[in-house]
Design a protein around this ligand. Structure first.
Ligand code: KG4
Ligand code: ZN
Length: 346
């Protein structure tokens, strides 16, 4: 069975075809990063309009790369949420129209379930059960995962997500959006231990996280170092020291909480997913953990269509036989999913 996946929840148009027997057949992505850069973040209305422009040509390209025609598809999966309402509506309406025209099932997919299961696209793929550390732009969560749709929340961020902490602290150092990759590159040239920042909630005794205090501490430190000038005007070497310490603090907290989750659940497998999973320091630290650790390929850490097509394929049996009505869910809690039909999840 071949499933077309359509991801349009934020600033990336991602399209892919996943075959339940042969695996991923083709995928393509258009990133809007360059378009949003001048604004320092994603502009929702520009994002929606760009998805409209990109989605059909990308579907045509992916089908051509896979050597398929529309009629060869058995189902269409799309990101139903969470995300930007207007951006989500583009993928939802194109997927539903295709499903109607081709008379095939249309599967609404939870974006974070896509991230959570994206390590299943890699080889070797993890078996269930596993602990998942989900670290994206908007989420820092730990789950105990026992099967598709069986996600027990173990710990959550109390405020900013890890990706958000990377992005916001990068901004105060004058780095371009999106800040995570830029801050990580700058950190490579920093001197370890040159400055010191707190590791929030490291000793909290639970699996929850918090990163807004780190952001404030980084701002206070940068202001002190700048001595009244703008923090963006700090010397490059000092910025690199601060960037390295910010990254180390985030990695320390994430790694410590992930290891505590493994101990608490007794699981031997850890899956790391979401955009921050692309961070090299985090990968190196967790790669040395006393567990089998699985990461998605770098291309599938950040938003992509392959993870949506994959979840569609895994949930094909629960496909709703609908009337081709559709809705999007800009806010949608992953812990409410069940192994059954996601469209009917609370
Ligand atoms: O999963 P994702 O693509 O989008 C969401 O669903 O949110 O994650 C995007 C986040 C951004 O905050 C970005 O700065 C961060 O992932 N990110 C990184 C790296 N690559 C992406 N953070 C640190 N190091 C990286 N290499
Ligand atoms: Zn994402």
């Amino acid at each position: 069975m071949r499933v077309l996946g359509i991801e349009t929840s934020c600033d990336e148009t991602g399209i892919a075809v996943y075959d339940t027997d042969a695996g991923l057949l083709a995928h393509a992505l258009h990133s809007q990063v360059a378009m949003h850069r001048d604004y320092g973040g994603v502009v929702p209305e520009l994002a929606s309009r760009d998805h409209v422009r990109r989605v059909v040509p990308l579907i045509e390209r992916v089908l051509a790369d896979a050597g398929l025609r529309l009629a060869d598809l058995d189902a269409v999966a799309y990101t139903q949420g969470p995300g930007l309402a207007g951006a989500l509506l583009v993928g939802a309406s194109v997927a539903t129209a295709l499903g109607y025209a081709l008379r095939i099932p249309v599967l609404p997919v939870h974006h974070l379930e896509g991230h959570l299961l994206s390590p299943l696209l890699a080889s070797p793929r993890p078996d269930f059960p596993f602990v998942a550390l989900l670290v994206s732009g908007g989420h820092s969560q730990l789950f105990d995962v026992t099967g598709v749709g069986e996600y027990r929340l173990l710990g959550d961020t109390q405020d900013d997500a890890a990706g958000e902490a990377f992005d916001k602290t990068a901004k105060l150092l004058g780095l371009a959006y999106p800040g995570g990759p830029a801050l990580s590159r700058l950190a490579d040239t920093g001197t370890p231990g040159a400055v010191r920042l707190p590791r929030p909630m490291l000793a909290s005794g639970n699996l929850d996280m918090s990163f807004s205090g780190l952001k404030t501490a980084a701002l206070t430190l940068a202001r002190k170092e700048a001595g009244g000038s703008a923090t963006e005007s700090l010397p490059a070497a000092r910025k690199a020291d601060i960037a390295l310490e910010i990254q180390s603090a985030i990695v320390d907290v994430l790694a410590s909480k992930a290891l505590a989750a493994l101990r608490q659940t007794g699981r031997g497998r850890l899956v790391v997913a979401g955009g921050v999973g692309a961070n090299r320091a985090l990968r190196e630290r967790l790669g040395a953990a006393p567990a089998q650790v699985y990461f998605p390929d770098l291309a599938f850490c950040t938003d992509n269509g392959a993870m949506i097509a994959l979840v569609g394929a895994l949930r094909l049996r629960a496909a709703p036989q609908g009337d081709h009505a559709f809705e999007v869910r800009p806010r949608w809690d992953l812990a409410t999913l069940t192994p059954g039909n996601p469209a009917r999840a609370a």
